[in-house]
Design a protein around this ligand. Structure first.
Ligand code: ZN
Ligand code: ZN
Length: 195
C-alpha cells in the first residue's frame, strides 16, 4: 500500500489555520471544488450528500436548521440589521424597482391573499351575467361598456368584501381607476350620488 503525499495546497492551508484548500484538480466524481483540510473531502460532494440526506429526512433537517438558526439568531439578526443599515438606500431602490417590474405579480399576490382571507368564489360566467343585468353599461356612470370592462368588488376585498357574485359589478375603465379600493358609499358620494 502506498500513500500519496498530501498536496502542497493543503499543507499551506493547514499552516495558515484555514479550513479549506483548493488544488484545482477534480475529485473522484469530477467536481473541481475546494476540499476540507481535516478530512480531504470535496466540498461539493459533501454538499450533495447533505442535500440528499435532507431530502430523505426532511423533518430532522428542518429541526437541525431551526436549531442552528435559534442558536445563531442574535448573530444573524445583527448581521442582517448591519447589512440593511449599510445598504438602506440601495435596498429601498431595489425593492421599489422589483415591485414595479413585477406589479402584476404583486397585485395578483395581494388579490389571492385577500380572496383567501375573505373566502368566496365567483361564478365562471359572472362577467356575462353582469353585462346582461347592467344592460351593457357601467354600474357607476352608466356609459356603455365597450371591450374595456373591469370586474369590481362593490365592497373592496381590502375592506372585508367577499369574492362572491353578489359583491361584483362591472365598471368602465375610468370608473374602476377612480374607485380602486375605496369604500363604495364614499366613492358614490364623491361621484355626486346621495347615498
Ligand atoms: Zn466531489
Ligand atoms: Zn363608468
Amino acid at each position: 500500500m502506498s500513500f500519496a503525499p498530501p498536496p502542497p495546497e493543503r499543507v499551506a492551508a493547514l499552516a495558515c489555520g484555514e479550513k479549506m484548500y483548493f488544488t484545482g484538480k477534480p475529485c473522484k466524481r469530477g467536481h473541481v471544488a475546494p476540499r476540507r483540510v481535516d478530512s480531504y473531502s470535496c466540498s461539493e460532494c459533501l454538499r450533495e450528500r447533505t442535500e440528499a440526506w435532507a431530502k430523505k429526512n426532511p423533518n430532522r433537517a428542518k429541526e437541525i436548521d431551526h436549531a442552528w438558526k435559534r442558536k445563531n439568531a442574535g448573530r444573524l439578526a445583527q448581521r442582517h440589521a448591519a447589512y440593511a443599515e449599510k445598504n438602506r438606500d440601495a435596498l429601498r431602490a431595489y425593492n421599489k424597482a422589483w415591485a414595479s417590474r413585477n406589479s402584476e405579480r404583486v397585485r395578483n399576490a395581494n388579490r389571492k391573499r385577500r380572496a383567501r382571507l375573505n373566502g368566496g368564489v365567483l361564478s365562471a360566467n359572472i362577467e356575462m351575467v353582469l353585462r346582461e343585468l347592467q344592460r351593457g353599461r357601467c354600474a357607476v356612470c352608466c356609459r356603455r361598456l365597450g371591450g374595456n370592462t373591469h370586474l369590481d368588488h362593490i365592497m373592496p376585498l381590502a375592506l372585508g368584501g367577499t369574492n362572491t357574485d353578489t359583491n361584483a359589478q362591472l365598471l368602465c375603465r375610468s370608473c374602476n381607476q377612480r374607485k380602486h379600493a375605496k369604500h363604495p358609499v364614499q366613492f358614490m358620494q364623491e361621484q355626486g350620488y346621495l347615498l
